[in-house]
Each structure stands twice: as structure tokens, then as C-alpha cells.
Design a protein around this ligand. Structure first.
Ligand code: FEO
Ligand code: CA
Ligand code: CA
Ligand code: CA
Length: 659
């Protein structure tokens, strides 16, 4: 079967996921809204923004870049930027400290044994900090004297890299390796390294530490019992041999980004769940639905040892993954809830905002080439005085998908059974079908095919919403449109949306491209950063975004490398307002092989947490391994592999980050 294993030898899991997304699974005939004329207009707009001034002035873009960089410094981002590049050590702007808070294998639960990479066990990993930390959320401790010095840090553990975690096995997910060296015990460790962690953290004398004796500390993994709630709960398509009711499931998978609600819960998003399932979709009753989700992708050995991950044996198990999971971090005994009302897709994140009328609005991206941007609007209203009344707010409401029109307007189209094409004759017999097959329902409504929507986040200061579109090298010239204006979009772009009347429940919005990414001094990239952006300031592949307490936008990247962009991934601050709109500045860069996740600010803006994911990975030619990683960050000991870790960035002497 030619989709069983990644075809390139030595591909790391991240690279394999990127390659799999290259195929794309959106076979709908939705227009990409561009015809040839719109296409030309879009390209002209991009060029005008980036280069028009220079062309009119008759000077080379690089010279203009230097002149502007010297003459103008955004007053909102006065920090001295770092050099773009790569190194085994990470690097933060002058005047800041970047301290490791917790690493893979460190204790989360009180009875966790010390980390011993040569003698790993699943029972140890179930108590220790998991692998590949991604989303970070902070919830101030109730009653804390200083809410920015004591709180709960919630962390997703997205996936595992067997070649970096385990000695002596290398990359196992190639056709040649065929997971031959994966054992049931290694799979059990992998499952325990997935999921999430809840940590109680405190800042004392300016430095953060994990509270070792916390009663809130929790590890969630691929075996944690969870409840399925909302309109699809109990539906026959969610029933399995182990769960004939279709209401309870073991574990969450590939939790990428997420959100924190104002009622103090954590939304954790299942992204590339298709990779964990084993076999082939061919001939199965739900073949069409499976293929629309790129399933099964056979990227882990789990199905080799466990029937529930084998589609032929347990065809409905996969329908129980791909959801937004809501977790109450203040109750370590609570069952996480998979909220089906928010749809099923490769959920990137779920950052929300309380609308002016009190309804809670969650913005979401479906991270696949040519997939869509969504929002959920709760039916009920957030009650700041009654936490219990908010705890099931996400079970009732309306899910919408976005259409971006060429004139800069846009519409949110409701995914409601019985409306328009979402009827039984088209395969949607109920709202449960609409939600389980969210992608197919959105296809039917004619949503706009985007360049891999990652984080989508509202700025509470301005009401505007930012959409990170990470890249899409498969978009052709014939497929470009105003919202996805570049063919072979290797570097991604960021869209800014303005809800009509600043009402996040509105059905209409205005939008424009804030920046197209890449090296803006090279004409052929079509990149459009503000000309005051330096050679260090531009970036590619935006992934997570964050708005700091002063309303400034920060971008974390995934996919930069010496080969791709001449720089490691990292954090950049991006001006969204005033004359410097579109200027970007480099604040932090990751150690070799790592992606930057987060970033996350404490409410006082004085700490930025960053999750450093998969340090030590290699590139296409040379996958980093346990024995030969591209860095041994953060320990730099010869007998210690690189360890995904969380970094706390603070300003020496105190003060706001980046101010
Ligand atoms: Fe896990 Fe879309 O990044
Ligand atoms: Ca991501
Ligand atoms: Ca974010
Ligand atoms: Ca990504």
C-alpha cells in the first residue's frame, strides 16, 4: 500500500507530517475565488506594498531597507533585535534572561522517579513531563496575592520523535524501517509522553519554579478517560466495542495549540490524529470521510499492538479523535470533555474572546493545505460571577466556516443540519454528521481554501482577529486568490480580520493580508514586510500568535531552518498599528532543530513563556537521532539527549517584555 509509510528515508515525524500535508485531502471543487484577473490584481497589490515605494524612489529595496531601519524604530517595540541564524544554544534579546522551567522527563507528579533516558518506562513517563510541549496556557491561581506570580501552567504534549527519544533505533516510520524496532513497551512510553501537563508555578525573586508538591499537578495522556459531549455524543458513529454508548474515550492525540477560557478551563486541540491509525481506508464504509481527513496515515506503530488503532478492527475509534478537549485544571480528577459542538478537524488552536453580548466566541484553524478557518459562537452567555454556569457553555452554539471574498469582505457560513446543502440527501442525516464530518460540510458550503490555517486569535484591544497561514507549496498559479495570494507559498502569510461592528458573532467581516512572509528584500518571494524590517526581522512559516497585554502581536514560527530560510525558528514581534504596521523584529531564536510554540504572556506582561519543541531534529539529509542530535539543548551533557522544554523569558531588573 503506497500510503503506509513516508517514502523518504530518514524523514523525521515533523517532516513526514509536512510531506503528508503536501498531498492535501480537500478534493472538493470549491472555487479558490480567483480567476486570472483577480490573480493578477492580487499579485500587483503584494508587489505594490513591498516594493512600490522603492521602485518609485528609484532606489534598490535593500538600500531603502537599511535607510528606513536606521531612521525609524517603532516606539511600540523598542527592544534590540537579535541576529537571525542557527546555533546549538538558544538566543534571546539583550537584557533578557531565558531560563528553562521544565524539561521532558522532569517530575510532574510527586512520585515521579528521576529521568533516566537509558532506562525509560511507561510508568515513569506517566508521572514525568511529556514530550514535544506545544500549547501553553496560564491561569492565575484563585486568591493569589499577585496573579502574575502564581498560577497554573497548562501544556500540550503534541507528539513523539522515536529517533530522538529512544537509544539505538533511529527513524522507524519509513518504508524500510517499517517500525521494526518499535516494541509494545516503547509504544506505551510514547502514549504516556503524549497529552498534557498541569503545573502549579510560582515566581519568587523574579524567577519561576514549578511547585513540586502541588495538588493540581496532573499528567493527561493517550489513556486518560475522557467524556464525549455535545450534539454528537452517543451517536452510532462514535460507538465502539469498548464503548457501546459512544460517550467515553481513552486519551487525546496530537494536541497542538489550544486556548484558555475566562472561566479558567483549558482547551486542548487534537490536530494530526489521522497519523495514529493503521491500515487502509480502501473499501471501508466510511472511505470517503476517512480520505477527507487523510486517514489512516500510519505514522506510529500503535496499531501494530493495539486493535483500537487498526481501522479494519475498530472503524469508529478514529471518529472519537479530532476534537477540541476542555479540561478543568483545578480538578485533577475531572474527566476531560471532547466538545463536539466545535467540530472535528485537524484542530490547530481554540483561542476565544467574550463578545460584547457575553457570548463566547472561539476562533479555530484546520491545519491542512486548502482547509478552512472556523469560529464557534456559544448560545449561552459567560457569567463571570458563576463558574459552574459556564462549564458546559461549549456544548451549545453555532459553528461557522469562513469565506473570504475578493473585495475584502467575508462571510461566516453556519454549519447547521437542515440548512442549505447540509441535508440527508447529501450525507448529513443529523447535526452529529455535520460535526463528525465538519470538513465535508464546509466543502458543501463553499468555504475558502486556505494555506494551512494555524493559530487564529483576536486582539482584545482592537477587536481585530489574526490568522496565521503557515505555508502551502502546493498552491498553483491557477489557484491563487486575494486571501491566498501566492503560488508555491513556501513562507506563509498573516491575515487580519475585522468583525462587522466589532461584533465577534457577526456574520460579516472585512479582511486584508497583514504580511506575506519571507525575505522581503528578494523580489521573487513576493514578501511584504514593512520596509523598516531588517535582514533579521523577517520570518517564514508563522504558526502560533499571541497578543501581549498592551495589544502587540507576537509570532512563533515552525519550519524555518538554515536550509529553508537561513535561520532557526523563533519569536518575532510584529507591529500591527500605525506607520510601522508590518514591521517585524526578532526577539528569540530556538536551538537547532526546534520549533517555537506558545508564546504566552503573564497578565502583567513581564514574563513570556515559550515551548521549545523537538530540539535536536535534523533536516532532510540527516535526521537527528538520540546518539547524534543537532543539539543537546538544554543540558549539553554527552549522555543526555536533547529535551523539549519550557523557557521563561524575563527582563533583567524587571519590566514588560519587549517594552
Ligand atoms: Fe501542530 Fe499546525 O501545528
Ligand atoms: Ca502549531
Ligand atoms: Ca496563540
Ligand atoms: Ca505547524
Amino acid at each position: 500500500m503506497n500510503d503506509q509509510f513516508s517514502s523518504t528515508p530518514n524523514l523525521t515525524r515533523a517532516q513526514a507530517a509536512e510531506a503528508a500535508e503536501d498531498i492535501g485531502s480537500n478534493v472538493s471543487t470549491n472555487a479558490t475565488i480567483g480567476d486570472v484577473i483577480a490573480t493578477r490584481l492580487a499579485r500587483r497589490d503584494v508587489l505594490r506594498g513591498a516594493l512600490g515605494v522603492a521602485a518609485l524612489a528609484g532606489i534598490a529595496p535593500l538600500a531603502l531597507d537599511r535607510a528606513l531601519a536606521q531612521a525609524v524604530s517603532s516606539p511600540r517595540l523598542p527592544f534590540k533585535e537579535i541576529a537571525a541564524g542557527s546555533s546549538e544554544q538558544h538566543l534571546v534579546a539583550d537584557g533578557y534572561d531565558a531560563d528553562v522551567l521544565i524539561r521532558w522527563g522532569d517530575a510532574v507528579l510527586r512520585d515521579a522517579p528521576a529521568f533516566d533516558p537509558m532506562n525509560q518506562t511507561a510508568t515513569a513517563q506517566q508521572r514525568q513531563f511529556g514530550y514535544n510541549n506545544d500549547y501553553l496556557g496560564y491561569i492565575p491561581m484563585r486568591g493569589a496575592a499577585d496573579p502574575s506570580s502564581h498560577g497554573l501552567l497548562v501544556v500540550n504534549h503534541e507528539y513523539t520523535n522515536e529517533e530522538l527519544m529512544f537509544p539505538g533505533i533511529g527513524v522507524q516510520e519509513t518504508k524500510a524501517a517499517a517500525f521494526a524496532k518499535m516494541t509494545p513497551e516503547l509504544v506505551a512510553i510514547e502514549k504516556a509522553a503524549h497529552g498534557g501537563s498541569v503545573l502549579e508555578i510560582k515566581r519568587e525573586a523574579g524567577k519561576w519554579r514549578v511547585e513540586g508538591a502541588s495538588t493540581f499537578a496532573r499528567r493527561i495522556d493517550a489513556e486518560t478517560p475522557m467524556t464525549i459531549t455535545g450534539p454528537a455524543s452517543g451517536h452510532p458513529r462514535l460507538r465502539t466495542k469498548a464503548d457501546p454508548e459512544g460517550r467515553s474515550v481513552r486519551g487525546m492525540l496530537n494536541n497542538c495549540a489550544g486556548g484558555v477560557t475566562p472561566w479558567g478551563t483549558w482547551l486542548s486541540c487534537e490536530e494530526n490524529f489521522n497519523g495514529y491509525f493503521w491500515g487502509s481506508a480502501n473499501g471501508l464504509p466510511e472511505e470517503k470521510q476517512l480520505k477527507r481527513y487523510g486517514a489512516p496515515a500510519n505514522q506510529y506503530a500503535w496499531g501494530k499492538f493495539e486493535e483500537r488503532f487498526e481501522l479494519a478492527k475498530e472503524p469508529n475509534e478514529i471518529n472519537r479523535f479530532g476534537w477540541v478537549v476542555e479540561i478543568d485544571p483545578f480538578d485533577p480528577a475531572s474527566a476531560p470533555k471532547k466538545r463536539t459542538a466545535l467540530g472535528r478537524m485537524k484542530h490547530e488552536g481554540a483561542e476565544g474572546i467574550v463578545n460584547s453580548d457575553g457570548r463566547y466566541v472561539v476562533y479555530m484553524g484546520d491545519d491542512e493545505r486548502f482547509d478552512y478557518v472556523y469560529k464557534f459562537v456559544s448560545e449561552g452567555r459567560f457569567d463571570p460571577a458563576n463558574r459552574a454556569a459556564n462549564m458546559d457553555l461549549l456544548d451549545r452554539g453555532t459553528l461557522y466556516v469562513a469565506r473570504y471574498n475578493a473585495d475584502g469582505s467575508g462571510e461566516w457560513m453556519a454549519l447547521v443540519h437542515g440548512q442549505g446543502p447540509l441535508i440527508a440527501a447529501n450525507g448529513f442525516a443529523s447535526q452529529a454528521d455535520v460535526l463528525i464530518d465538519t470538513r465535508l460540510a464546509a466543502d458543501a458550503l463553499g468555504a475558502t481554501k486556505m494555506d494551512r490555517p494555524e493559530d487564529v486569535e483576536a486582539n482584545p484591544k482592537t477587536g481585530k482577529v489574526y490568522v496565521a497561514l503557515t505555508n502551502n507549496s502546493r498552491r498553483t498559479e491557477a489557484q491563487i486568490d486575494k486571501a491566498n495570494p501566492r503560488a508555491n507559498n513556501r513562507f506563509g502569510h498573516i491575515i487580519e480580520m475585522a468583525p462587522e461592528g466589532s461584533d465577534h458573532s457577526a456574520l460579516r467581516f472585512k479582511w486584508e493580508v497583514l504580511v506575506t512572509c519571507g525575505d522581503h528584500t528578494v523580489t521573487t518571494t513576493g514578501a511584504s514586510f514593512h520596509a523598516g524590517t531588517t535582514k533579521d526581522g523577517w520570518f517564514g512559516m508563522p504558526d502560533n500568535v499571541a497578543v501581549d497585554p498592551d495589544g502587540r502581536l507576537w509570532v512563533a514560527t515552525d519550519g524555518n531552518s538554515p536550509k529553508a530560510t537561513g535561520r532557526n525558528d523563533g519569536i518575532w514581534a510584529l507591529e500591527t498599528e500605525g506607520p510601522m504596521r508590518g514591521q517585524s523584529k526578532h526577539f528569540y531564536r530556538t536551538p537547532n532543530g526546534a520549533e517555537a510554540c506558545g508564546p504566552l504572556f503573564t497578565p502583567d506582561g513581564q514574563t513570556m513563556f515559550v515551548a521549545i519543541q523537538h530540539p535536536g531534529e535534523g533536516d532532510d539529509d540527516n535526521a537527528g537521532t538520540f546518539e547524534a542530535p543537532t543539539t543537546r539543548w538544554p543540558d549539553f551533557k554527552p549522555d543526555m539527549p536533547p529535551r523539549p522544554a519550557i523557557v521563561a523569558i524575563t527582563k533583567r531588573g524587571g519590566g514588560k517584555i519587549g517594552a
